[in-house]
Design a protein around this ligand. Structure first.
Ligand code: NAD
Length: 257
């Protein structure tokens, strides 16, 4: 499939899933706009690498997804936004009564409200272009809960709800909005948790993966960023034109339970 002449804007894309999805979009021919809140040479270098590797246009726009005005500026600075991938996200784990208010506010802003602001800014561009895709990276935690993740579970459920609304508001247009709900994906963030978990439980790293980290994932396998990129690419294809307002679980059977 070719996404030539389309521009994909991916929030939180200087590492992990966002960067992997940016490569998938560029491989399919789309120009890409990378983002995070930092403004380092290495961030801009990532865009230059993608441009060189895939022969597309790529740029990096620094914008803090915890701030409404930055979310909206990201879309205007992008210049075009045919494919919007809301991916930026953070996590904090604590019991509700100990959950820091600042962490609650940050998770709700970055993991949920940012998608509202970017979507509001991007839809007029998609309408003007006559085609659009909104793809929200939610989580298995957008469909199921775990203790000690109140803000994350709330935000990810919120994103699933907002995806339905955007799907309905654009239903008669050549625009779709969908959420992807991954289980555990092997990103640097998750990789770094493996030795720490093994140490904490006094078990091997293999046991930490199977018995703790992937305890809820029946496949006992991590998803890869390349597989996630493949789902995003599919959602941009003509075959997916009638898929809208829904959530695609990609969780090795987690939410089948
Ligand atoms: P990651 O930490 O590698 O990536 C998060 C990205 O968000 C980074 O690029 C980071 O710079 C960016 N970010 C953080 N705060 C930001 C801010 N204020 N403004 C702009 N960007 C900001 O983690 P990841 O595992 O790649 O996660 C990406 C998304 O996928 C998140 O929304 C996460 O909740 C979701 N997810 C991850 C997994 C998993 O197992 N890794 C599973 C389900 C869902």
């Amino acid at each position: 499939m070719t996404l030539t002449n389309k521009t994909a804007v991916i929030t939180g894309s200087n590492s992990g899933i966002g960067l992997g999805v940016a490569h998938a979009m560029a491989k399919a021919g789309a120009n890409v706009v990378l983002n995070s809140f930092t403004d380092r040479d290495e961030d801009h270098a990532l865009a230059a690498e993608i441009a060189k590797e895939h022969g597309v246009e790529a740029k990096y726009v620094a914008a803090d997804m915890s701030k409404a005005e930055d979310c909206r500026r990201l879309i205007s600075d992008a210049g075009a936004c045919d494919i919007l991938i809301n991916n930026a996200g953070i996590q904090h784990v604590a019991a509700i009564e100990d959950f820091p208010i600042s962490k609650w506010d940050a998770i709700i802003a970055i993991n949920m409200s940012s998608a509202f602001h970017t979507t509001a800014a991007a839809l007029p561009m998609m309408r003007a272009a006559g085609w659009g895709r909104v793809i929200n990276i939610s989580s298995a935690h957008g469909l199921r809960a775990s203790p000690f993740k109140s803000a994350y579970v709330t935000a990810k459920h919120g994103v699933v709800g907002m995806t339905k609304v955007v799907g309905l508001e654009t239903a008669k247009e050549p625009i779709t909005a969908n959420a992807i709900c991954p289980g555990y994906v092997l990103t640097p963030l998750v990789e770094s948790q493996i030795p720490a978990t093994a140490k904490e439980y006094g078990i091997s790293e293999d046991e930490a993966i199977e018995k703790v980290i992937l305890a809820k994932q029946p496949s006992k396998e991590f998803m890869t960023v390349e597989q996630l990129g493949g789902i995003v690419t599919f959602l941009c294809s003509d075959a997916a034109s009638q898929i809208t307002g829904t959530s695609i679980a990609a969780d090795g059977g987690w939410t089948a339970q």
